[in-house]
Structure formats: C-alpha cells, structure tokens
Design a protein around this ligand. Sequence first.
Ligand code: ATP
Length: 198
Amino acid sequence: MRVGLLGGSFDPVHHAHLLLAQAALEHLKLDQVQIIPAGQPWQRPALGATPEHRLNMLRLATKGLDKVEINPIEIQRTGPTYTIETLEALETKNKYVWILGTDQLTNFCTWHRWQDIALSVELAVAQRPGSTLTPPLALSQWLKAHKRTLLIIPFEPLDVSATVIRQRLAQQQSARDLLPEVVEQYIHEHGLYRPLTA
Ligand code: ATP
C-alpha cells in the first residue's frame, strides 16, 4: 500500500487537517492516510489537551471518512516524539509519504535526523498562508544530491490553525467555523481550552 502520514499535535484537530488528508489521498494516489497525533512534541511547550482528548477528538472528526485512519503510535510511546522513531516502527511492507504544511517544511531541517526521515519517506507539502513552498536550502541540496523530488499537494491556502482555535476558546469566543461540530461539542462537554480561573 501507498500510505500518507500526517503528523502533528492536533490540539485540536480542525478543518484544514481534514481537507489536507483528503487532498493528499486524491492527488498523491494514496491507499490510506494515517493521522499520527504526537505524544509530547519535543520542540514546543506542553499541549492544551491531554493525549487522550486529542485522540478522542480525532476519532470523532474522522468517523466515516473513508481511507483515513488514526495511528496512536506516538501517544503510546513515552518520552519526546521523534518522527524518525515513528517511521522506524511502522510496517515495512508499505510505501510512505510524509504530508506536511509549508510551516513545517520551513523548519524541517531542525527535525531530529531529518536526513534519515527524507531517506525513508517521500515528502509532500501543501501551501499554508504565511510560509513558502520553497524548501530550506539544506533540504533542496539534499534532495538534489539524492535525486529525490518534493511532491506538491494542490491545496487552496486556508487560514486555520489550532493556535487561533485555542485563543478564541480561551477568550470564550466561538471557533465553530474552524472545526467539525462534533469536535466543538466534545470541547464544550469536557471544558477544554478554557481560560484559567483563579
Ligand atoms: P498549532 O497552531 O497548535 O501549531 P496547527 O494548526 O499548525 O497547530 P498541527 O497539528 O501542528 O496544527 O498540524 C499538523 C499538520 O497539518 C502540519 O503538517 C501542518 O503544517 C498541517 N497544517 C495545519 N494547518 C494547516 C493549514 N491551515 N494548511 C495547511 N496545512 C496545515
């Protein structure tokens, strides 16, 4: 199988994540997309929701979506989340494509063992407002030297981020337009992303 991998914190999952998974399935001719929520991302501070809540929201958001699966491998592992360790633990019979937005492409060369990541998967990028489709120089040079190409996923830039959702919710504003209704309900029911009260 040709499998797309979409990693991230999904804190919470939103419309752009789901549209990106669909666009990747369609344009990269994938058999499946696996969404991989991070355990504790090592490059950023503690997340707003627990791994269990983030996983539950993803399950609700992708219920009924054909060919989109959730892979909890990084949440089940303890310690910081390194993408390369995830890739090394995946089934070897499949071919993998790592899907990412341009914001992640920009900092790709800061990822732990990024050259090993680029060796073990194809990279496919989607435009995100505020960052460019041009890879960082070190990655461009690496791709050229290894005769590899960066796949581009045609994607209408969408101004949606989990950061904005968390900010809106912390200010008790609605984020309804940015994420699926089932996720919004879950957040409400569990009191997630609320402002800290004294
Ligand atoms: P945060 O705002 O908390 O950093 P996020 O909205 O960037 O979160 P992540 O879970 O970090 O969401 O993203 C997972 C993957 O989805 C990353 O590869 C990211 O680039 C991509 N992605 C997220 N939002 C968009 C978007 N609006 N357009 C394109 N790609 C996106």
